[in-house]
Structures are given as C-alpha cells and as structure tokens.
Design a protein around this ligand. Structure first.
Ligand code: UDP
Length: 367
C-alpha cells in the first residue's frame, strides 16, 4: 500500500512527524512525504526535519512564487502530475495552509482519495484564507479525522456522511507528548537570563494581524504596555519581521529593553519556552492547542477560534476588538492565573498521544 503525505509549512512538519512515526510501524505501508516548498528557509523547514528525525521528502517542489494563487496553481499542476504517474492509494493532508488546498485540488482531479487530518475546524469567518482552505479540503476528502467534537458537529451540519468522519484526537499533541522529554533537557529561559514562569511568550504571524498597519501597531503597543508586567520573549516569524520592518515598527520592539526578539525557534526550543512561560500571547492555531494541553494561560489575538475546546477546557482567552487599555487589563488578570489553575474541563478528549495510531489503524483497515 502506497501512501503520500503532503507538507508545506511549519505546523505541517510537526503533525507529519507524529504520523510518519505511526506509519513506520506498519511495514506493509510505503509512506512518502512530499514537500511543496511553502516554507523552505532552514529555520522554518530543515531544522524541523533534522530535529524531529523526519525522513527527507520523496519529492520537493521548487516553487516559483509564494503568492497564494500562483503557489496553489503550481502545486496543483506539479503535484497533480506526480499523483497521476505514481498513483498512491491515499493522500494524507494536514491542517489548513495553502499547500493543503493545492494538494486537495490535485488529488480531486487525479482521483486519489484524500485523508484530511484536522478536519472540520471552523471559525465562521469566511474571509480567513485558512477557513476557505479547511472547508474546500474537507469537501473533497474521503476520510475526515477530527481533533475535537465541535469539528464533527460542523462536518455533519455541512452534510458530510458520518461514516467518513473519525474523531481520533490530535496529532499535534502526539508530537508534543513524544518530544517533551527531549525538550525538557533544554533550558532556553535560563540561556536568555530568565527564570521559569517569569515571562510572556509571544508568537504572531496571521496575515490579518500583520499586513494591516493599524492592527500590527496595536499589537506592538500592547506588547510595550504588557512588558510592564513581565518581560516578553518574541520569536519573530519571517512574515511578521517583514511587515514590522515595512511599517517601521521593528525598531520600537528592538528598543524595548523588556522584549527579547528571537529568530523563529526550532520545535524543541519553542516547546521549552512555552512550557516554562507565565503566559503566551499568540494567533497560532497550534500554540492555542499546545498551551491548552500544557495548561499555560493563553491570550489569542483573534476575534474567533476554530478550536473552541481551548476555551472550554483550557486557559485560552480571545482578545481583538477591545481597546489597548482593556487588553492590558485582561492580560494582567490572565497572568495571575498560573499553570496550577485547574483546567475547567480537563484535558480535551482523546488528546492522549495516540491520534496518529488511530489514523493509521483506520486507513490500513479501509484500504
Ligand atoms: N513553533 C515553533 N517555533 C516557533 C513558533 C512556533 O516550533 O518559533 C511551533 C509551535 O510549537 C507549534 C507550531 O509551530 O507546534 C505552530 O505553527 P504556526 O504557529 O506557524 O502555525 P499554525 O498552528 O497557526 O497553523
């Protein structure tokens, strides 16, 4: 049985690490990773493959452009040709990035059945590119593997037959559980001169937050103001660095003594920073889930989340439309919660490190 798995961006690499490990135990499966090239810089790609011991891709697309429609067109074309000639029995797609949608279109037009891991998440904002990618990918998938029960509800409401929906848990948490012991050997806060639970970790990279000057300025003002409470550690995503520079905001952060700017961190380093933070401020999907699992208070700079279990079971809190003053107060109050604050609903159901095994069991049985 031949299975292809398409990856393109940082969060995909982490999820595929968990899936590849589960597939490795099945000698009858020929598992091949294809990289679209969406994230190709060493700190966003190679470092993850090395650190997580992911086998090098079977095929890599050399993207001519990272403009979404051009990128999706090239992936559909080039990956479609590969699917057509190699005819795998199934294609695994993870998450909601543009590469995921390119892969879904290529599979649709070459007749390769798709398994979507992390299906059914919805934030009810059709303007968000990730939301469109999720909806369209789910539409063409034969197997829809979900991480939380809200996703099952959305898929059923969209008319997807329940025999195709499988609630398996979260492969991102499989990876977290697997790599935590290695991450705990590090002491990144100490290297930065910080003690544990004394700092705020920040990650911001969503286009709707970074490409509009007023919004990015608001985030920078918020960071300056909350750095009164605790120092900020900010691994800067390459896209965020670009827009901070363009709007002349990078200097503000560089001049802020209480803000430590870092390049994007490798996974083990980032998890080490997250596990020891007092609070995380983010707009990342994966970080909302990881902080929920680790019980780290999280402020999400977004009007909505497609991962509501992080609100009901975790210490996640959304901010977006409030004034900066109101946000500063919310962050201050949230900072008083510690990782000792009991989770309201316990760890989310099936976030137990076995999601990838469930995916593999279902796929190998059905194929
Ligand atoms: N992450 C990382 N280094 C960083 C920031 C994040 O390894 O500097 C990891 C994080 O632990 C999580 C994943 O990247 O597993 C989230 O990816 P990202 O925020 O880029 O994408 P999203 O989850 O929002 O799709």
């Amino acid at each position: 049985m031949k299975v292809f798995a398409l990856v393109g961006a940082r969060p995909n690499f982490i999820k595929i690490a968990a899936l590849e490990r589960a597939f490795r135990s099945k000698s009858a499966v020929d598992f091949n990773i294809i990289h679209t090239g969406q994230h190709s810089a060493p700190e966003m790609y190679d470092r993850f493959f090395e650190q997580l011991s992911i086998p090098r891709p079977h095929y890599e697309i050399a993207l001519h452009s990272k403009i979404p429609h051009r990128m999706i067109a090239q992936i559909t074309h080039e990956f479609g040709d590969l699917l057509f000639s190699e005819k795998p029995d199934a294609l695994i797609l993870v998450g909601d990035v543009n590469s995921t949608l390119g892969g879904a279109l290529a599979a649709l037009k070459t007749g390769v059945p798709v398994a979507h891991v992390e299906a059914g998440l919805r934030c009810a904002d059709p303007n968000l590119p990730e939301e469109a990618n999720r909806v369209l990918t789910d539409r063409v998938s034969r197997w829809l593997f979900t991480t939380e029960t809200s996703a099952n509800t959305h898929l059923l409401a969209e008319g997807i037959d329940k025999s195709r929906i499988h609630f398996v848990g979260n492969v991102m948490i499989d990876a977290l559980l697997h790599y935590l012991p290695l991450s705990r050997l590090l002491d990144v806060p100490k290297q930065l001169g910080l003690s544990d639970r004394s700092y705020i970790l920040c990650t911001i990279h969503r286009n709707f937050n970074i490409t509009r000057e007023a919004v990015l300025r608001k985030i920078v003002t918020l960071m300056k103001d909350v750095s009164r409470y605790a120092p900020i550690v900010f691994p800067v995503h390459p896209n965020t660095a670009f827009w901070l520079q363009k709007f002349d905001l990078l200097r503000d952060l560089e001049q802020l003594e209480t803000c430590i700017l870092l390049p994007p961190q490798a996974y083990l380093e980032f998890v080490n920073l997250l596990e020891n933070a007092a609070l995380v401020v983010t707009d990342s999907g994966g970080v909302q889930e990881e902080s929920t699992f680790l019980n780290i208070p999280c402020i999400t700079f977004r009007p909505s989340t497609e991962r509501p279990v992080t609100l009901t079971n975790g210490l996640n809190r959304l901010i977006y439309h409030e004034t900066v003053e109101e946000m500063v107060e919310i962050v201050g109050a949230h900072l008083k919660k510690t990782s000792n604050t009991a989770r309201t609903g316990g760890a989310p159901e099936l976030w137990d490190g076995k999601a990838a095994e469930r995916v593999v069991e279902i796929l190998t049985q059905e194929l």
